[in-house]
Structures are given as structure tokens and as C-alpha cells.
Design a protein around this ligand. Structure first.
Ligand SMILES: [Zn+2]
Length: 213
């Protein structure tokens, strides 16, 4: 990625209204998807199907500063997977362990997050209270907790993807975009120079040169 390039090879996706659809840069079919660079200097219409084609672009998770955040994305996917697995297990009515699986998982998570924090009284009360519940009650409480955990994890993943998804164009396409930008800029410069009369060297003195011949 050159510092001098007018825009990075990292495009975000935007959906325009259907009535604003324009022809795709690749196949000319109408599309309501626009790919746009972070600095908004380059954008073009493209079909959703091309975005799945590795020969056209690759999906990456980069934040606004261009830092690769795919590890965070993987963690969020794992959280969704874990919660989904627990929900399915509980829904199937598999045997519930003595201790609530959600409670022990959530305690693990908290102790990882706040290593130095002492266990609050509230938490031990919660645990004590849970022990008094019947197995059936515990099971349904567990299921409700995991369902909530799953919904939260899915929401977090969705938000993360919304913010950090970028498309890196195949180098040939990217070079094409840079070339087009350069041509456009060059054409504008020529137009500007023609308008203010600075495109050609001054013609003053041409007449006198002829006389000398
Ligand atoms: Zn297309």
C-alpha cells in the first residue's frame, strides 16, 4: 500500500436505494451496491456476486486505521458458536450437570476479565439461590441465560462486521481504479490549464523570432 496512492485498497460496502441502482463496473448489470474507499475518493457500483469471487476481491476485517482485526472477529464467532452449542444442548433436553453450565461459564468469563476483583456478595447469593432451584427450574433458567448470551454474541458479531468489513480488490482491478483516478485528475488539470491559459508556453516573442529568419 503506497503512501502516495490517493486511496487505499480497502473498500467498504454501501447499499443505495433500488431506484438509484446503476450498472455494475464489471458486468454492466444494474446493481444497488457501491464499494467506496475509507477516504471516499474512489467508489463504484458492483454486483454482490462479484464480492464472493476471490478473483475480484477478498473480504478482510480491518478497522478504520487499517489494522487487521480478524482475531477479534474469530473470538466473536467462537462466542456465538459456544452459546449456540449450549442452547442446542439444553433444548434437546440433554442431562444437565449439577452446576448450571451458564453460571460456571459466566464466572469463568468474569474471573478472566477482572482478575483482581473479589467475588461480590451478590454473586454468591445468586449461586446459593441457584442451588435451591429444582433441576427443571435450573435447566430453564440456564436455557434462558444461554439464549440471551447467544442473542448478545450475535448482535456483537453483526456490529463488528458492520464496522470492520473491508474488500481488498485484486491488484489488477485496484491498479485499474488508480489509473482511472489518475486519468480523471489529469483531464481536470488540463481543463483547468486551458481555462486559465497556462497549458501552452507563452506565445509572446514568436512574432519577433519569425522576423529574424
Ligand atoms: Zn456485475
Amino acid at each position: 500500500m503506497s503512501e502516495l496512492a490517493p486511496f487505499r485498497n480497502a473498500y467498504e460496502i454501501r447499499h443505495v436505494q433500488t431506484n438509484a441502482a446503476k450498472s455494475c463496473t464489471v458486468c454492466y448489470k444494474p446493481s444497488d451496491i457501491v464499494l467506496i474507499t475509507d477516504n471516499k475518493k474512489d467508489w463504484f457500483y458492483v454486483c454482490g456476486s462479484h464480492l464472493k469471487d476471490k478473483n475480484f476481491s477478498n473480504l478482510v476485517y480491518w478497522n478504520n486505521e487499517g489494522k487487521d482485526v480478524s482475531n477479534e472477529w474469530k473470538e466473536k464467532c467462537l462466542a456465538v458458536e459456544k452459546a449456540m452449542k449450549e442452547v442446542k444442548k439444553l433444548e434437546k433436553g440433554n442431562e444437565v450437570k449439577n452446576k448450571s453450565s451458564w453460571l460456571s461459564w459466566s464466572k469463568d468469563k468474569e474471573s478472566k476479565d477482572d482478575k483482581d476483583e473479589k467475588k461480590s456478595d451478590k454473586e454468591s447469593d445468586k449461586e446459593k439461590g441457584n442451588d435451591n432451584l429444582s433441576e427443571k427450574d435450573r435447566k430453564s433458567a440456564d436455557l434462558a441465560n444461554w439464549r440471551k448470551e447467544l442473542a448478545d454474541a450475535e448482535l456483537q458479531l453483526k456490529e463488528f462486521e458492520k464496522i470492520n468489513t473491508r474488500y481488498v480488490l485484486d491488484s489488477v482491478f485496484y491498479k485499474g481504479r488508480l489509473m482511472q483516478e489518475w486519468k480523471q485528475r489529469h483531464a481536470n488539470e488540463i481543463k483547468e490549464k486551458l481555462n486559465n491559459g497556462t497549458l501552452f508556453p507563452s506565445l509572446e516573442g514568436v512574432k519577433s523570432l519569425r522576423k529574424e529568419e
